[in-house]
Ligand binder design. Sequence first.
Ligand code: ADP
Length: 705
Amino acid sequence: MKAAGTEVERQVAQRTAELVAANEALRKEIVDLKHAEENRRITEEKYRLLVETACDAIVSIDDKGSIVFANPAIATVFGYDPIELTGKPLTLLMPEYLRELHQGGFKRYLATGQRHINWQGTELTALRKNGEEFPVEVSFGELTRGDHKIFTGFLRDISKRKQAETALRAAMDERARVSAFREEIGMALSHDEELKGALHNCARAVVRHLDAAFARIWTLSSDDRELELQASAGMYTHLDGPHSRILVGQHKIGLIAQERKPHLTSEAQNDPRVSDKDWARREKMIAFAGYPLVLEDRLVGVMGMFSQKPLTESTLEALSFAAGTIAQGIERRRAQEALRRSEAFLAEGQRLGQIGSYSWRVATDTIEWSNELYRIYEFEIGLPVTPELIRTRVHPQDLSLYEKMVEKARNGGSDFDWQFRLLMPDQSIKYLHSVAHATRDPDGQLEYIAVIQDVTERRQSEEALDKSRSELAQMSRLTTMGEMAASIAHEVNQPLTAVTNNGNACLRLLANHNLEPDVLRRALEEIVADGTRASTVLARVRAFIEKAPVERIALDINDVIQEVLVLASRELEDHQVSIDRQLAAGLPLVLADRVQMQQVLLNLIKNGIDAMIEVADRARLLCVQSRIDDSGDVLVAVSDSGTGFGQDIDRVFTPFFTTKASGMGMGLSISRSLVESHGGRLWATPNSPYGAVFSFTLPASGGSL
Ligand code: ADP
């Protein structure tokens, strides 16, 4: 029994162990199950929470398209209670026009598995309970349960995002619009067009890009008192009428100018400065924007625009930019126009004065000519100018001078002033006077800026003047000689009488056979001497009245004075005039025509004698003085103790002024013109205590005795 008992025990023990193990396994299984259950619950809970708290609407439909589930967010997104939707078709959530499309696509998918839209992140239009359509982004998936399919979709309201996108796009459009506007304003002002045209294009840009109904631009008049309408674009394009001129300080435009402050309003119909409110209402004007056009504190104009839309931030920004740019444009254009005008004046001045100008950059031999210089040289305007080209026109006789000048200019770098001639293709000669100023170009290189004047006409008229002057002088000399005929005759007569006397004496002695050879020789010597004296006088007279061409040579003025005093000696003697010679020694030579200088001196001496004829109570004294004056010129003064000038001192040089019964009144005017043609001056001063002083100067020629 013991054995049987043990067996039972063993079996019991084994069974017990098995049960324990099974229990343990069961317990473990239960724990595992519990765990799984717990996990599932947690997962479910997580999903539930997710679904319930999601902001996006979540909708599940069955394969008939009926809603089987909707999360709470459906209320906020679509305006439906979730319960309300259960069993309803999904098409309820979409606008009418999409429903058929959806149903067709859904059926096709169920039948063929072919999707007609993208299932992830597709943008569609949805319909709220209140009938409002709105954009949604839809993503969905499917779940198969046995024979059934469940489709779950996430519908996200993206209307906010869309709005933001639209706003962003609008902002970008606005930016593009403003930048197009800026570009157009810049273009309008940079084109080389006259001011009015440029401003018109600016006004047009305001209308085109900134929603203006019309835009206008005025500029300030030169006296700063008025605004002058230059451009009008949009509804009104005329420039005449009441707005064409506005006084500064009057109306809204004039006030903007006066205050130099913009006037901006988006309530144009109620704005106190908008005078014609009826018009504003009729034309539905909402906004007005007016800006002063100011440059560095200087007002140059006013810009204004009316708009049927309110002013936006970016419009105002663009307008204020435009005001600055247009002000600059007006100023620049004005400066350009002033420059163009002064260039035109210069060209006209050059044409009238036959003055051309040029610049010459020595290092590169770059020469720029003004149009007038092309005309003077008779080259086609615009032909490239080279030293060789200029050379072809220089008169052959002046070529070496020209080359010397060019060489000197190249090396020297100092100003030069010279005259030369051109030989034109038709063999005519032109006289040119060139004055050049040496300067440095921006690179520091030597550059000459010069003017060249065609002085041909002046030269010709100077020559003609010289000719008529010398003819006049000749006539006057003849007159003087005529007046002096008596004294000249006397001068010649005296030696002739002596010759006759000597001849007669010789004849008498010869008749008496009493002629000693010694006596005869003496008599003959006297005859020869007297004959020579007479012919010298006649030679001087002839030289004086001869019509010889003007010839300037280096002269000692004292010689000329002496010669004239010889010519006048008889006249002086006849009128009991004593002579006082005060002639400085070592005077510089003067470059002058001898006969003309004699004539001047003779005129002055003769006038002195005439002025002393009536003087009875004092000595008749004529003083002739020569010396160097303060400026280094040679000065000659002829003074007398005559009657003086009285009131006439200012008139004595006037042609035909004379106080003498037989006077011509030309002597002094001819003398002055002769002295001046030598580069000197002739003037009169009263002598003290009586009489007159006539003085003249002549430039020293540079040589001396
Ligand atoms: P004319 O001798 O033929 O009158 P001039 O031109 O030489 O012509 O002189 C003009 C006038 O100037 C003279 O008539 C005279 O009135 C005045 N005049 C010239 N020289 C003198 C002088 N030395 N003293 C006073 N008056 C003079």
